[in-house]
Design a protein around this ligand. Structure first.
Ligand code: IVH
Length: 710
């Protein structure tokens, strides 16, 4: 093929692929099979590979490209991104309509009513028909530039369609809502839970989280979608009405929501709201209300806006979704710290697209305040989150045999004493050997943020498979069925506390199952590897009440060893900035218990790192604050952070006048600029090594290596 033939072929393939992409992602009406689409796409990829100089940023193959971004630069919006006034009440919608009528005296007007999709507002900018920039709303005046992530959203065209022969507008800025369909959200959560990560509470959070990922190639795996709903700028083109502008967007390949309606009266608006209140569950995505907009743009202009909201539009939101069901039982669950939580078992009921059979009741006082009894008919609500709650009881539905709840005097897991301190709402099991606490404590100890023991983590499989009696011939693979491991170990009596983990032998674990030798080995290796975890992780892993990851780091930075921490008194601890009296008391009480002191001795005997050796020498950076930016030649972000922290320094994410050093690598972004502006000292990796006091050691190592090679 001649060069011009290749160019023509590439252009033709791109046009065809764009067309089918639009049919599939925007119109939901594919014309060809996935296989045929893949053939076209691969054909284009092949040609572009052979002729990389012909690749353009708007080519369908260029949705994901480049390095992960370091941060999202703030960019001013050319037109401010206002939000809408919200209401839940039809009376306020009526007031809105009356105000519009008052401000447009004697005029006819009509509304466009749209679905209010529950996602993340974004602004998209096209220049000469090509997608060039996408921003979040930010504070409405400045947004974050998340262009690489938005390029991965398949329903956002990288190049506008050109209906007829008309040239694309020289500039076009549109506003829309990026969202995750409910099924996509559920899939991501299943994957996250399997990986031991916390699930997203709702599709909106999942969409927001996905758009804020620093690595667009991960965003690309999330099935994000968009509906555009407004034109902010469109060259010198003007529209008579909002409705017309939406048709324009649709004709240019932008995805608009088909469920819009022109309403000539308030009654029509309210009728549409009532209809969608019923129908919303049939949609594959979440909506949280309707948006009512005056249609004529000239009228919109005259109605104007307050500093926050346009006066020509209003969001009419649905009340949180509720359902009525029967509360069949109240189970009391025991957590890691012995806290007892009442959980309602409900007759399964469909709510906001999923079947609900449990709801948290928080604590005893909450149950009493709402007078919730076993056997009651209750209203449950899902306020946009996954965990439903019991809103109230319907006392009129009582038959007289409902049972009031009271916290059991004995722990449901071990029968031990339950105590509720006078000034607390939480009751606790006092028995530290309680199997429920031990099990939860082990999970915590092994978790990612603590000792990070692979093959011993929680996962959704637990929920599916947690049964003590294994079916005959059921092969337990310790690697795949991680939670089993713990339960098998506990039920087998091999492990009673975290120190026992370090005495396990592979044969003991493998004895549970014939083919599990390799898995058993992996587990034992993972446990052994955890002995070297830094002191801060061990402190966190111990599960001392109120001691989270950050507090553990502060404690490890102040005390060179667990022994020193154990010896600290209430006042010593309170002297540490950021450690308050409650935390200090909790630490003192933990180490005052003989069983905990014995546990620490056994952990030490097992060879765990319970001190940071030669601390004094290794604390050259105590009190210094660092910010990392850009890519360093030999350290990853995590490595550099751990090195700095191990020498007593602190790593924070944003530059301020209080920052001591900014460590700048390649492609450093706005943090570097800010450091220069504020006069913060900027160092490169070599200088960082000097600061860490490891430059000399490394030079020595290199010298030795040279001596050997000579
Ligand atoms: S119009 C000035 N239309 O709801 C115009 N907003 O505060 C402002 N939203 O987060 C927005 N669907 O992203 C409009 N069809 C729709 C919408 C919509 C969802 C979101 C918007 C913003 C919030 C309104």
């Amino acid at each position: 093929m001649s060069r011009s033939e290749i160019e023509d072929r590439i252009a033709a393939l791109r046009a065809i692929i764009r067309h089918h992409c639009h049919k599939y992602y925007v119109e939901d009406q594919p014309e060809i099979s996935d296989y045929e689409y893949d053939q076209l796409y691969q054909g284009l990829e092949r040609l572009e590979r052979e002729h990389p100089e012909l690749i353009t940023p708007d080519s369908p193959t260029q949705r994901v490209g480049g390095e992960p971004s370091e941060e999202f630069p703030a960019v001013p919006h050319r037109v401010p991104m206002l939000s809408l006034e919200n209401t839940y009440s039809p009376d306020e919608v009526r007031e809105f309509d009356e105000r519009v009528r008052r401000l447009l005296p004697g005029e006819e007007y009509r509304y466009v009513v749209e679905l209010k999709v529950d996602g993340v507002a974004v602004s998209l900018r096209y220049e000469e028909g090509v997608f060039v920039q996408g921003l979040t709303r930010g504070d409405g005046v400045r947004g974050e530039d998340i262009t690489p992530n938005l390029r991965t959203v398949k329903s956002i065209p990288l190049r506008l369609l050109q209906p007829g022969e008309a040239a694309p507008p020289s500039e076009l800025e549109v506003r829309g809502e990026v969202f995750l369909p409910i099924a996509g959200w559920a899939k991501i959560n299943a994957e996250r839970q399997a990986a031991g990560e916390p699930p997203f509470a709702n599709p909106r959070n999942a969409a927001a989280g996905s758009l804020r990922l620093l690595d667009a190639s991960i965003t690309a795996q999330r099935p994000l979608d968009i509906y555009v709903y407004n034109v902010a700028l469109c060259g010198d083109r003007s529209f008579a009405s909002h409705y017309e502008s939406l048709q324009f967007l649709h004709a240019h390949g932008l995805k608009t929501n088909p469920n819009i309606r022109l309403c000539r009266s308030l009654d029509e608006v309210l009728a549409m709201a009532a209809e969608w209140g019923e129908r919303r569950e049939t949609l594959p995505y979440q909506i949280d209300g309707l948006v009512v907009k005056v249609d004529a743009l000239e009228q919109q202009r005259r109605l104007g806006a307050t500093s926050k909201h346009p006066r020509w539009a209003m969001a009419y939101k649905f009340a949180a979704e509720q359902a009525t069901t029967r509360l069949e039982a109240i189970e009391v669950q025991v957590g890691r710290t012995g806290a007892l939580t009442p959980v309602a078992h409900l007759r399964p009921v469909l709510l906001a697209g999923s079947t609900i059979s449990r709801a948290t009741l928080h604590n005893e006082d909450e149950v009493r305040r709402k007078d919730i009894r076993v056997g009651d008919t209750v209203i449950i609500e899902k306020g946009g989150d996954v965990i439903p709650k019991v809103v109230k009881v319907i006392p009129e539905m009582r038959r007289g045999d409902e049972q009031p709840f009271s916290m059991p005097g004995a722990c449901p897991a071990c029968g031990g004493p339950v105590v509720r301190p006078a000034d607390e709402v939480v009751s606790r099991c006092e028995n530290h050997a309680c199997p429920a606490q031990v099990s939860e404590g082990l999970r915590h100890f092994a978790s990612r943020g603590a000792m990070d023991i692979d093959h011993l983590g929680p996962s959704t499989i637990e929920l599916l498979l947690l049964r003590w009696d294994l079916p005959d011939g059921f092969g337990v693979c310790l690697v795949d069925l991680e939670p089993w491991t713990l339960d098998l170990l506990l039920s087998g009596g091999l492990v009673r506390d975290v120190a026992d983990l370090y005495h396990l032998r592979a044969e003991q674990v493998a004895a549970f199952e014939r083919q599990a030798e390799k898995s058993a080995r992996n587990l034992i290796d993972a446990i052994a590897a955890s002995k070297e975890r830094p002191l801060a992780r061990l402190i966190f892993g111990l599960g001392i009440r109120h001691v989270g990851q950050r507090a553990a780091q502060i404690l490890a930075a102040h005390y060179p060893s667990l022994d020193a921490l154990m010896a600290a008194g209430q006042e010593d601890l309170e002297d540490i900035h950021e450690i308050g009296p409650v935390l200090a008391a909790s630490i003192v009480s933990f180490f005052a218990q003989e069983s905990n002191r014995a546990l620490i001795e056994r952990l030490k005997a097992a060879g765990l790192r319970t001190s940071e050796e030669r601390r004094e020498e290794r604390q050259p950076l105590a009190g210094k604050t660092f910010v990392l930016t850009g890519v360093l030649p030999s350290y990853s972000r995590e490595e550099a952070t751990e090195l700095i922290q191990s020498r007593g320094g602190r790593v924070t994410s944003s530059v301020s006048a209080k920052t001591d050093f900014v460590v700048a690598g390649e492609a450093a972004g706005s943090k570097l600029a800010k450091a220069q502006k504020l006069g913060v000292r900027i160092v490169n990796e070599a200088e960082l090594r000097e600061l860490l006091g490891i430059a000399a050691a490394i030079e020595e190592e290199n010298r030795q290596a040279e001596d050997i090679s000579e």
